[in-house]
Design a protein around this ligand. Structure first.
Ligand SMILES: Nc1ncnc2c1ncn2[C@@H]1O[C@H](COP(=O)(O)OP(=O)(O)OP(=O)(O)O)[C@@H](O)[C@H]1O
Ligand SMILES: [Mg+2]
Length: 363
């Protein structure tokens, strides 16, 4: 074969490769990027003059694709993959030594590598843009849903507040006029109980709707925990649930709204009591780190189903039977923690039960 024939053959192989790579990229599926890059690597390998002995390695931020595993002793040419003009990976073509040396790579092969690297770069850019568009879209849909939810609940809560207050007020008036033994009184108690429950739901809804005003002051978490425990002492006893408080410091200072702080503790404790078995132990731990005040509330109850874990902070998510819960407690807590620039997480405890960790910045 003449030299021109040989050069021509190489040129045809390169063009075929570029054509192949373009079709692979056109048909690329963002979810199977590894397959796409593997196909490109093999197509590139074929285009080299010593294709059988050439091994291609494509490296990106997350992937490392090889046409075959390589020993150490190789010579290679390389080309950078750039994403938005920033180096983000590379493509290499290797030949084994001592059989081959650097001279065995053709100039055209370096150029081919460069063109393919450019194509891979724009493919990865396209995927990145797609991904960020999808996540932006999802965020916007979520924000939309939340703001619509906010508007609807604001309306409903407002409309319900007055009639509910009336139901409660008149029921209490009626009860005063009746003698305690009357069976009607018991029915009235049910009305009052239910009206109070509904009022609590409305209160929580209003919390979402109209962003409760916040009064940030320097507060000591410790007495807030003790107060909440004292207030819930009767409930603990009624439900036959035990508790233990583990706080090493007397003073755990942070910047927070005191009422909202109490709401956090209350909601978490009420849930812990609700999900505790008889004689179950609820543990309240608080301590400080350099940056945060940490509050942990754990119980020995049923814990979470794994698939529920990312839903529990959503408004209206509840596994309690109808009438027992509206699914608003944790979403209120989540809102408060977020407005304090803190973090809350929930997980299953090692042995049994749930554990909530709240981290609130001191400043
Ligand atoms: N300590 C816990 N143990 C197990 N599951 C829990 C615990 N705390 C919360 N959950 C789960 O999270 C759900 C949502 O809790 P959240 O406090 O938001 O609503 P709720 O308690 O059901 O109703 P509400 O607080 O409005 O009265 C609960 O229904 C339950 O499934
Ligand atoms: Mg609750």
């Amino acid at each position: 074969m003449s030299i021109t024939d040989k050069a021509l053959r190489e040129r045809i192989k390169e063009l075929t490769c570029l054509y192949d790579v373009s079709s692979i990229i056109v048909n690329a599926d963002a979810d199977y990027i590894e397959d796409t890059l593997t196909a490109i690597a093999f197509s590139l390998k074929k285009a080299f003059q010593f294709g059988d002995d050439t091994e291609i390695i494509i490296t990106t931020q997350t992937l490392n694709i090889k046409t075959s595993s390589l020993q150490n002793d190789t010579v290679f040419i390389t080309s950078e993959i750039c994403l938005f003009n920033v180096p983000n990976g590379k493509i290499e073509a290797h030949l084994r030594t001592p059989k081959f040396s650097e001279q065995d790579f053709l100039n055209e092969e370096q150029l081919l590598l460069n063109s393919v690297a450019l194509k891979v770069g724009s493919l990865l850019e396209r995927i990145e843009i797609q991904n960020s568009e999808t996540s932006l879209k999802r965020q916007m849909e979520r924000a939309d849903r939340l703001s619509i939810l906010g508007e609807i609940t604001a309306g409903i809560a407002h409309e319900l507040n007055t009639p509910l207050a009336n139901i409660l007020g008149f029921a209490e008036l009626l009860k005063d006029q009746l003698d305690a033994k009357n069976s009607t009184t018991r029915d009235l108690d049910k009305i009052i109980e239910n009206a109070i429950f509904s009022r609590e739901v409305v209160k929580k809804l209003m919390f979402f709707a109209c962003e409760m005003p916040q009064e940030m002051t320097r507060v000591n978490l410790v007495p807030h925990i003790k107060n909440a425990i004292d207030l819930l002492d009767a409930t603990f006893r009624k439900e036959q649930v035990k508790y233990v408080v583990k706080i090493e410091d007397d003073i755990l200072l942070l910047k927070a709204d005191p009422i909202q702080l109490t709401q956090i503790i209350f909601n978490l404790l009420i849930n812990a009591i609700y999900f505790s078995p008889v004689y179950g132990l609820v543990t309240v731990t608080a301590y400080q780190t350099k940056r945060d005040i940490v509050l942990k509330i754990s119980d020995e109850g049923i814990g979470f189903q794994i698939e529920d874990l990312d839903k529990i902070f959503q408004p209206f998510f509840t596994t309690k039977p109808i009438g027992d819960g509206a699914g608003l407690g944790l979403s209120v807590v989540h809102g408060i923690v977020a407005s304090h620039k803190g973090k809350i997480s929930a997980e299953n405890n090692k042995n049994k039960g749930a554990i909530f960790t709240v981290m609130l910045p001191k400043e």
